[in-house]
Structure formats: structure tokens, C-alpha cells
Design a protein around this ligand. Sequence first.
Ligand code: NAD
Length: 468
Amino acid sequence: MHKMLIGGALERGSRTLDVIDPSTGEAFDKVPDATTVDVDKAVAAATAAFPAWRDSSADARAGVLEAMAGVIEGNLDELADLLIAETGRPRDLAMFELAHLAVGYLRYYASLRLEPELLVDDDTRRVELHRKPLGVVAAIIPWNAPVFITCNKLAPALAAGNTVVVKTAPTTPLTTLRLGELIAEVVPHGVVNILSGGNEAGAHLVSHRDVAKVTFTGSTETGRKIMEACAPTLKRVTLELGGNDAAIVMPDADVATVAPGIFGFSFFNSGQVCAVIKRLYVHDSLYDEMCETLGAMAAGCKVGSGRHGDAQFGPIQNKAQFEKVRGYIEQARKDGKVVVGGDVTDGPGYFVPLTIIRDVTEGHAIVDEEPFGPVLPVIRYSDVDDVVARANASPFALGGSVWGSDVERASAVAARLESGSVWVNQHCALDPAVPFPANKQSGFGVEGGVEGLYPYTALQTVNIAKPQ
Ligand code: NAD
């Protein structure tokens, strides 16, 4: 059984949680299920490790991040096997998460340095602006990209001088626990602690009085509870929540040119990504052609277990989400017309065929809500001003994109979207150096880029009077 990393020691805990293979629905492993005692122990270890880590040099901390990236690269096959086992995804996607995203974000933050800024330096005084670490950071992780999201939080938090307690998602703990076992050799004791466990462990961690900041990625519903739990001690909080990204296909778009990109960014990881295309608005003049083209692409794809070679799209990661997606599809069949897919069987495994629904619009759940699965509603529009207003009418505002031949015109329309990221002729193009902000009920605080370091710091001005 893989163990939790607490204060540099590998711990079995006192109870266990089953890990389910989403390709079969059967339990295939067990992990520790952290109790409140384990959480307290991890927070105490992170608290004890904080002063030395805070006072270490930025170069030393960068060296540890580099070493963590090296550990992932040195154990890629083993980690990918675990990630495939717990998510069912194809190998290339598992490799992308580990080798490109997780390693990329660790290396990027290893390359940054937080230097004091000189604000005033005149005859009478010198004023500097410093950014100081906060203390113990609690990182709460969702199931859809477990290792990437863990590293995306560890990297800036550690680079800034904080220590961290990670709580993995209940259904995808394996790869992150293994990573914890592997990095125990290269990270000072207590600086990184990794717990597996359920929502209760998460709730105890985010309300712990010795935690200075919570960084959370997950559903908007849980985000609200976390914000509430942070209120009594006024913890700093970053929330990366749900999305319902709109993509707008302009009247001048060439369907054959844009369709592959739209298809890829709609069904990436079987739609289990916060910022993939979840509402596709297509101009009237291209509507039928786009539905047919995307439908043909989806029909040619293989959905199956990543454990067996040639599947391009894996299952839904867990039963609760599978049932949710199935419910959305059943309702969408009544509200609109199925272009392709739509037949969800009872298993074994949590497989959902790539599904495209046409002739739906606002007011239908498949358009207004976030199914978080391989289901794309295609919505008709005839006026660009109107479609911008409809795209912006969502309470979510994570990402959005505009697709067309006239790039300047498409860029001008993209600039009118209210989401944190907008893309033109692409979607969900993540880059560690580029901030990934969330607006409205998709969250706040920011990850990515230099801006992603700042929420892990407290500002301090240092004001020095000069002798007169
Ligand atoms: P979730 O909110 O159910 O769970 C996320 C994590 O929160 C889990 O580790 C869970 O155990 C923990 N948790 C649950 N209740 C808690 C509580 N009261 N206190 C503390 N922790 C608690 O989300 P999920 O189903 O794992 O993930 C899917 C959601 O995540 C989707 O809505 C998706 O859009 C969103 N997401 C957002 C981003 C982003 O960057 N904005 C990225 C990935 C996923």
C-alpha cells in the first residue's frame, strides 16, 4: 500500500480507502484514509519545518523544485502506469500531465526569484517592497488532473518559502502518494506533506488554525464551503473552480480548418477539464456543416480503457461523476437532437461515448451547467453582439475562445468576453509562464506566471529614514 508523507516519514495511517479502477468499477488498491489526527500531525510537521525553509535561500528552494522535477522524469513510466490505473486515461495523456505539465510548472517556478522592489530612494528615506512567505499552505486537489494540480500548487508555494500540506482527491490518490514517497529523498522533512483522504480530512485541514493559506481547485460548491471555513482566522484563499467555457465560431470561419482544434479542446481528457469548450456557439451559416463535421470526427474515435493500447479517450473517472454526466445526456436528448453518441451503457466501467447535441440553447441544463464529461452542446446564433452577451451571461468565467479567419476581428470579439483567459483559434493553451485567472464564480486568486507567486506571499514595506 502506498503511504502518506508526513514530516519526512511514510505513514500508513489507521484506516483505508479503496481505489476504484474506472475502467471496471472494481476496487484494485487501497490507500490510507487520513483522520483528523493525521491532518493535525501533517500541519504540525509543516509548521515546524517553516522557519528553516523560509530562511533558506531562493536558490536552495529552486534546487529542491528542480530535484522534484527530476524525480518525476526519472520515474515517468511507473508514475504514468499509476495515473492510467486510477484515471483510465490513455498513456499519451498521462505522459502529458506528468512530463509536460507537472515538470514544466516545477521548473518554471524554480526559475523565478522574488526580489524586493525599490519604491523610493531619495535624500530622506529608502522604501522597499518585500514579499514574504505566509507559513503553512493547505492544497486541496480535485480528481481530474491530480499530479499536475498538485505540482501547480507546490511549485509557487514552495518557491515563495511556504511549507505545504496536500490533500489528494478521494478517488485519485495513488500517483500523488507515490510521488510523495519518491520526493521524500529530496525534500527537507515537513516541507511537503501529502495526505490521502476524503472530504472530512479536507474540511479539517482548511479550518485548521495553523494553516495560513488555502489553495483549492475543485467545484464551485466546495469552493463556497472552503471560503466560509477560511473566514474565522481570515486565511488567504485561492479558488480555481468550475467553468462553462464558451467558444464562438465566427461567420468567416472555415469549418474544415477550425473543426479539429474545436474537437480536440472540447473532448480533451474526455471533457474532464475545467477549461475545455463546454458551449459551442456556431453562426447560423455554418451550423449544419459544423455539426456534421464534428459528428464525423467523434464517430471515428475509440473510447476505452487506457490500460489497453489503442483507446483515444478514457472513462469518466468516478461513479458519482459518471451518473451526473449520464443525467445531463438523458436530459439533453429530450431538449435537443443527438448528432453522435448519447448511448450510455451500465458498464462495466464508467464509459461515456463522445456525445454532440444540437438544437439546444440557454435554459437547457446541458448549456447552462457544467457536465464535466465528453458532451458538447452546439448552439446556433445569428448576431455577433448577441452571442457575446450570451457567452457572458454565465455565472462562470474561466476561459473562452473565438474562432475565425479574420484574426483581428476574432481577437476584438475575444476581448469582449469576461472570462479570465480568452483564446483565438485555440483553447485551454496552458503555459506555466502565463497566468490562468478565474473570474466571477469560477474563482479568484491566480495560478501561473509571476502573478501566481504573489498569492503565496504577504506584502511588507520596509521604510528606512536616512540621517539628516
Ligand atoms: P470537489 O469540489 O468535489 O472536490 C475537490 C477536493 O475538495 C477533493 O479533494 C475533496 O475531497 C475536497 N473537499 C470536498 N469537500 C471539502 C470541504 N468541505 N473542505 C475541504 N475540502 C473539501 O471537486 P472535484 O469533483 O474533485 O473536481 C471537479 C471540479 O473541479 C469541476 O467543477 C471542475 O471545473 C473543477 N476544476 C477547476 C479547475 C480550475 O483550475 N478552475 C481545474 C480542475 C478542476
